[in-house]
Design a protein around this ligand. Structure first.
Ligand code: PLP
Length: 464
């Protein structure tokens, strides 16, 4: 297809967009391959030409605003163009933009590793840096396998993941991901992990609670580890909330139970806190609520305040010690060029400063309760199921079937945009995961417009 034809056909800007905006959208659709997108859908689906951001709001080129109620894919914690993070970055830019972390070090990487380790009370004593979440998952899997190899247990080379779990889209991360939509096409390339039952509290049978579902799910893990534990290197879990699964929340006892089973079977526990870390679930690390520490903890997204690509794997000193040797090949030789980038680390340090300064976790709890209360009319709605919350993550499911269910997410997205909200349901699950900086007025606006959007989407039927 010629570039001109592409431009001509695909010009979907938000409703009411002017010429200039349409031009940016057309240029983007002609030149940019957007992530997680069937590009043909943009023949109909609007693409927002974001010009700038401030606080919880994104502004398009015509000055229309959108409340970023999903924190730009769960990364933004303290708002767009945050004054404190901006100031820290400007200073860092004039000091050191980047230096390789092999053979060199710099104060931002050192300080960040030290401060994160301190947040685990020294349990996870070493930080390995990378850029994206999926890279952190790859690193944790490789480290686990290599640890066992260095300890003379090369037979431990299999992994376990939880049903419907999501850990990123590189080939290795897809091996421990259980979302057919992202994985199926690449099945022949992937070395799949064992999949254990989901602890999703929505699976409760009549008379059961979330703890009962967790116990049943742990029985499944126990059976697997009893049978194959000697071959298994690690189990990976998203503690408390499986976000991409549709904000599937589970009892904290599940995470504590996993720790115990992994210990009993000499299996590493990898906590993927890429989405749920950095205060999202109410504590800085989700694992804290289960009273455990994993062997590896993956962090990304919010750690840089949503500013720059940064991920880390925190690991126990015992793991680190297994690689410390005169033999080069026993070392962990993994690398990425931008590992430990000083700008990204500086953004992370400024983010941690805000946590320390502003009593963020306590304030978040108050705000989340306020938002939950403002959404309470949904609880009685006949087309709503499972209104739920963990920390600052709030979700509910639309009760729909057939075409209405299939097209719900797209229709809701468009209805939300027309009400100044950026919300992208996962299937029929509507979720809110806003930045931590909403004031009470914005919380009320978010709740009332979410309810309006829901009604308007249901009112449309499954027309498109
Ligand atoms: C739990 C979890 N793990 C891993 C990833 C992958 O992170 P990235 O998209 O930065 O590769 C995500 C992204 O949404 C995630 O939610």
């Amino acid at each position: 297809m010629s570039r001109e034809l592409t431009n001509d056909r695909r010009t979907q800007a938000p409703p009411g967009a002017g010429e200039a905006e349409r031009d940016w959208v057309a240029r983007s659709l002609a030149a940019v391959w957007h992530p997680c997108t069937q590009m043909k859908h943009h023949e109909r689906l609007p693409l927002i030409p974001v010009a700038r951001g401030k606080g919880a709001w994104l502004y398009d080129r015509a000055g229309r605003r959108y409340l970023d109620a999903i924190s730009s894919w769960w990364v933004n914690l303290f708002g767009h163009a945050n004054d404190d993070i901006n100031a820290a970055l400007k200073t860092q830019l004039d000091t050191l933009e980047h230096a390789m972390l092999a053979g060199c070090t710099h104060e931002t990487a050192v300080e960040l590793a030290e401060r994160l380790s301190a947040l685990t009370h020294g349990t996870l004593g070493h930080a390995f840096f990378a850029s994206d979440g999926a890279c952190a998952v790859e690193i944790a899997l490789k480290m686990s396998f290599h640890y066992w190899r260095n300890r003379g247990r090369s037979d431990k080379r299999e992994f376990v993941c939880v049903a419907n779990g999501y850990h990123g889209e590189t080939i290795g991360a897809l091996g421990v991901t259980d979302v057919a939509l992202f994985k199926h096409a690449y099945d022949p390339l992937i070395r799949s992990a064992h999949i254990v039952a989901s602890p999703d509290a929505r699976r409760a049978e009549p008379g059961e609670n979330a703890g009962d579902v967790a116990r049943r799910a742990l029985d499944d893990v126990r059976a697997l580890l009893d049978a194959h534990g000697s071959r298994i290197a690690a189990l990976i879990v998203e503690p408390l909330v499986q976000c991409a699964a549709g904000m599937a929340m589970h009892d904290r006892a599940y995470v504590a139970g996993l720790r115990k089973l992994c210990d009993e079977h000499d299996v590493h526990l990898i906590a993927d806190e890429i989405a749920v870390g950095c205060g999202r679930t109410g504590t800085f690390f989700a694992c804290e609520q289960a009273g455990i520490w994993p062997d590896f903890l993956c962090l990304s997204k919010g750690i840089s305040g949503g500013y720059l690509p940064l991920s880390l794997v925190l690991s126990r000193d015992e793991i680190y010690a297994a690689f410390y040797d005169d033999d080069t090949t026993r070392g962990f030789l993994h690398s990425h060029s931008y590992t430990g980038n000083p700008l990204a680390c500086r953004a992370a340090l400024a983010t941690l400063d805000l946590f320390a300064r502003d009593d963020v976790l306590a304030q978040n709890e108050k705000k989340a309760l306020m938002l939950m209360e403002a959404l309470s009319p949904l609880r009685a709605h006949e087309a709503v199921r499972a209104v739920r919350r963990t920390g600052t993550i709030i979700a509910f499911d639309a009760v729909l079937d057939g075409d209405a269910a299939r097209t719900f997410s797209r229709r809701f997205f468009e209805q939300a945009l027309s009400r100044e909200l950026l919300l992208r349901p996962i299937g029929t699950t509507v979720y809110l995961m806003p930045p931590y900086i909403l004031d009470s007025e914005t919380i009320a606006l978010l709740a009332s417009r979410t309810c309006e959007t829901f009604e308007a989407t249901l009112g449309q039927g499954a027309r498109r």
